[in-house]
Design a protein. Structure first.
Length: 480
């Protein structure tokens, strides 16, 4: 039943009704009905949503870094009713005025309908303005994705004012910016709610051990059980979402810090340009040595060679770009060479000759040797059309290398065992002087060649080494 009444309204209230009248195209009756409905919806007498201010502030604090679910966002700000930046600004200012939040909001854009730049400014009480900035940024990003995605570029947060800048971007970066700036705890809370018993148990164990627990990937743990060198590649590739070789060094160092600190493998990891310092509290020398090799191996897989020094409760790693660049140069030349390995071996030996009088043997030289050995075998394999490696083909390849290096060696094949003896090594010996670093790198070249050719099918037993004071080097390669 419709009841008609004549009423008088003063100018002040007519002014407040204008947005509703305009929305309903001059229909005062429809405008008044909406105002009455809204008043009922937000009136404490008509519902039980009114809460104490201290409780309300606590709730705002608890949902910090959380995004409002999309369906609730649509109820708060109906995208079907908002088709311009000006209308959005007007609607929200009116809405927060009704709620008596004492907030002012301004939106500046280069285009009212399809903006490519927006500057938002929200002023008022700190807890409320942060929530409003998060809510409005969510609305702008979410409702721009299909036509002209907006990305959050920057946020400036003063005590009673927040400024947010958005600019045109692509869909992926727009969503990422919203999560990075306002939804940092969203994924974590969803995961915890999906498996609360698991996470409560894990958190309790970390607390009870004072964070002395280590949490690692299953494959990482399997490597440890198998006594392999731990590398952490799986966890880092999962985080980066790309192969480890494609990760830039700067990003790689940050990922190592994240993985090693979060898993508690290390107490703390510090980055200084391209250097890395890992702090730990391990007591076993073997464990520390293995951790050092793990880091060297991980960075080597990323294409960068590092030297490591052990100091009190820390491992210090320094980048060796000179070695890394030389490796890359040699490898690239090996790939493009149409002849045999002569030129590449000359380059390799010239480089080794530059490693004189080094007090320690950097682990980077081990990686250098292994990678060169692998590359040499690849080139030999291609030039000689090797389909499958065995002890005989491997012997022929190394005989060729030794002949080019004027290294005196001897091979004896006995069934599944191959005895390799180096009687004189000209590259490591100059006159009466023996160079340990060069010898070590050359030996690692042999290991790299063997691992490429024979893989897990061969076992290596070292019988004699010049570095141990023996008069010759001798190893046995066995096929189990």
């Amino acid at each position: 039943m419709n009841v008609t009444r004549h009423i008088s309204i003063d100018d002040e209230h007519v002014e407040k009704m204008k947005p509703y009248v305009e929305k309903h195209h001059g229909n005062f009756g429809a405008a008044i009905r909406e105002m009455i409905n809204r008043a009922g919806k937000y009136s404490p007498r008509m519902n039980s949503s009114a809460i104490d201010i201290s409780l309300f502030n606590w709730m705002l604090t608890e949902i910090d870094d959380r995004l409002v679910p999309d369906d609730i966002l649509d109820e708060l700000i109906d995208p079907g009713q908002i088709n311009s930046i000006a209308k959005l600004e007007d609607y929200l200012n009116r809405r927060f005025s009704e709620l008596e939040w004492h907030i002012y909001l301004t939106l500046k854009s280069d285009n009212d309908v399809f903006p490519s730049n927006i500057l938002m400014e929200v002023g008022g009480e700190p807890l409320k303005i942060k929530f409003v900035a998060r809510l409005l940024s969510h609305f702008l990003v979410k409702n721009s994705l299909e036509k002209a995605p907006l990305q959050i570029i920057s946020i400036v947060n003063f005590n009673e004012c927040i400024k947010v800048e958005l600019a045109r971007s692509d869909k992926k970066d727009s969503i990422s910016s919203l999560v990075n700036f306002f939804g940092g705890m969203d994924e974590a809370m969803k995961v915890i709610k999906n498996r609360p018993d698991f996470w409560k148990s894990l958190i309790n164990r970390h607390l009870s051990s004072n964070y002395n627990m280590v949490t690692i990937h299953r494959n990482y743990f399997e490597d440890m059980l198998a006594s392999n060198t731990l590398s952490g590649e799986v966890m880092i590739e999962n985080l980066a979402k790309k192969p480890i070789r494609e990760i830039p060094l700067k990003e790689m160092l940050l990922l190592i810090k994240d993985v090693y600190e979060t898993s508690r493998v290390a107490d703390r990891v510090e980055i200084d340009k391209e250097s890395l310092t890992l702090y730990h509290n391990y007591r076993s020398k073997d464990a520390i040595e293995k951790l050092k090799k793990s880091l060297i191996s991980l960075l080597d897989a990323n294409g960068h060679l590092y030297d490591a020094k052990l100091m009190a409760n820390m491992i210090y790693l320094t980048h060796r770009p000179d070695v890394g660049m030389k490796i890359n140069e040699i490898v690239e030349n090996l790939k493009t060479s149409s002849s045999n390995v002569d030129q590449e071996l000359v380059m390799f030996m010239a480089f080794l000759k530059g490693l004189k009088d080094m007090p320690d043997i950097p682990l980077s030289l081990s990686a250098l040797g292994r990678r060169i050995g692998k590359s040499l075998m690849k080139e030999y394999e291609k030039e000689n059309d090797i389909k499958k490696w065995n002890l005989e083909t491997f012997q022929k390849a190394l005989e060729l290398v030794d002949s080019r290096l004027h290294r005196e060696s001897e091979w004896k094949l006995d069934g599944n065992n191959l005895l390799y003896t180096v009687k004189k090594c000209n590259i490591a010996t100059e006159g009466n002087k023996f160079d340990t670093s060069v010898c070590h790198t050359a030996r690692e070249t042999f290991k790299g060649a063997m691992n490429y050719a024979m893989g897990n099918e061969a076992e290596l037993e070292i019988k004699h080494l010049l570095t141990h004071g023996d008069k010759f080097c001798e190893v046995v390669i066995r096929i189990p």
